[in-house]
Unconditional design. Structure first.
Length: 323
C-alpha cells in the first residue's frame, strides 16, 4: 500500500510516499481502507519531535510511528477475531493519537478506541477532521467546568480546537466571545459566537467585561495577560505549555489558593467522545471547519501549510478518491 513515511525527525522535507506492507486486523481490531485523513498541529509536532517532551512517546532517537495522521475516515475491509461492533463494508471515522497511521491507504484501529460509524449524509472528507481538535476542545471545556449561562472567551477561534470550542460551548448554553482576525469574523460568527473581537483592531485583553473562563486554544496569550478578564473565581486554560512551561507550573501554584486559577488538563482519549461528536454532527450542532484539502502525493505541501500558521480550521488529505 502507499503511505506517507518519515524515518527521521524533521520538517515536511523528510516525508516521502512509499510502498509499505499492508497491515492486518488483529483480534479486537478492524482494518480500514482509508479514503481521507488530515494534517494538524499534533502531526506536525510528532513529525519534528518537538517539543522534546514529545519524544518520550514518539521515540527518543527516531520515530516509532513512521506514518502519521491521527484522524482517519474510510470503509471497514476486514475485522479481527472477536469483533462484533463493526462489520465489513461499514463507513467509519475516528482518531488514533497513539498508533497514528491515517496518512496511508490502510490502517487498523481497535474497536474499543475512538472509532464510530460515519453520520448519514456525510462524506469521508467532511467527517475526517471532526475528532482531533474537537476532542481537545472537549477536554478543556470539561476541565473548566463550563455550563449553561456562563460567560466564556475563546482566543484562537479559527483553529481546529478553537472553531470546535465555539460550537461546543454554545451547545452547552454558555455565552461566547470569540477572538480572531479580520478575515475570519464572519466565519466565527456563523459558528455561533455571540460576540466576535477582531484582535487586529481591538486588544481583547482590555475588554470591559469579565469571564468565567478564558480558553486559549492556540497558546499565544498568557495567564498574566488574561487575568484581568477573569471573574474572582474564573479559570484560564491553555492548550500549550507556555513560556518556560509556565502553564503547568501555574496550574499547580494557583490550585493551592482560592480565586483565579490556571488549568492545564491532560487530554483523555475515550470512545465516548467520538460517539458524542457523532451525535452532535447528526443533529447539526457541530460541523468541523475545513480550510483546504491536498492529495496524499501533496502531503509535504499540506504540512508546510499547517506549519505556516494561517490555516482556518482543518486541512484534509485525500488518501483515495471518494466513491
Amino acid at each position: 500500500m502507499r503511505a506517507a513515511v518519515h524515518t527521521k525527525y524533521g520538517g515536511p522535507e523528510v516525508l516521502s510516499i512509499e510502498h509499505v506492507a499492508k497491515p492486518r486486523a488483529l483480534p479486537g481490531e478492524i482494518l480500514i481502507k482509508v479514503f481521507a485523513a488530515s494534517v494538524n498541529r499534533t502531526d506536525c509536532g510528532f513529525l519534528r519531535g518537538k517539543p522534546l517532551l514529545v519524544r518520550l512517546f514518539s521515540g527518543v532517537g527516531k520515530p516509532k510511528a513512521q506514518t502519521l495522521g491521527n484522524e482517519f475516515a474510510g470503509r471497514v475491509e476486514a475485522v479481527g477475531d472477536g469483533v462484533t461492533t463493526f462489520s465489513v463494508g461499514q463507513d467509519v471515522f475516528g482518531y488514533d493519537g497513539y498508533g497514528f497511521g491515517g496518512q496511508a491507504e490502510y490502517k487498523t484501529a481497535r474497536v474499543t478506541g475512538m472509532v464510530a460509524l460515519i453520520p448519514a449524509g456525510m462524506t469521508y472528507a467532511e467527517v475526517v477532521p471532526s475528532t482531533e481538535g474537537a476532542h481537545y476542545a472537549l477536554n478543556i471545556i470539561r476541565a473548566a467546568g463550563i455550563f449553561a449561562g456562563q460567560n466564556v472567551l475563546i482566543y484562537g477561534a479559527t483553529g481546529a480546537i478553537g472553531s470546535s470550542a465555539v460550537q461546543l460551548v454554545k451547545h452547552l448554553g454558555a455565552r461566547v466571545t470569540a477572538v480572531c482576525d479580520t478575515k475570519s469574523v464572519a466565519l466565527v460568527a456563523s459558528l455561533g459566537a455571540d460576540r466576535v473581537v477582531d484582535y487586529t483592531r481591538e486588544d481583547f485583553t482590555r475588554l470591559d467585561e469579565q469571564f468565567d473562563a478564558v480558553l486559549d486554544t492556540v497558546g499565544k496569550s498568557s495567564f498574566g495577560a488574561c487575568k484581568t478578564l477573569l471573574n474572582p473565581h474564573g479559570v484560564y486554560v491553555s492548550t500549550e505549555l507556555g513560556r518556560g512551561w509556565q502553564n503547568p507550573l501555574l496550574a499547580i501554584g494557583t490550585a493551592m489558593f482560592g480565586g483565579k486559577k490556571v488549568l492545564f488538563p491532560i487530554p483523555k482519549d475515550t470512545r465516548d467522545d467520538v460517539i458524542f461528536l457523532k451525535g452532535l454532527m447528526e443533529i447539526g450542532a457541530f460541523k468541523p471547519v475545513i480550510d483546504r484539502s491536498f492529495s496524499l502525493d501533496e502531503i509535504a505541501l499540506a504540512y508546510q501549510y499547517v506549519e505556516s500558521g494561517v490555516k482556518i480550521g482543518n486541512v484534509v488529505i485525500r488518501v483515495v478518491d471518494e466513491r
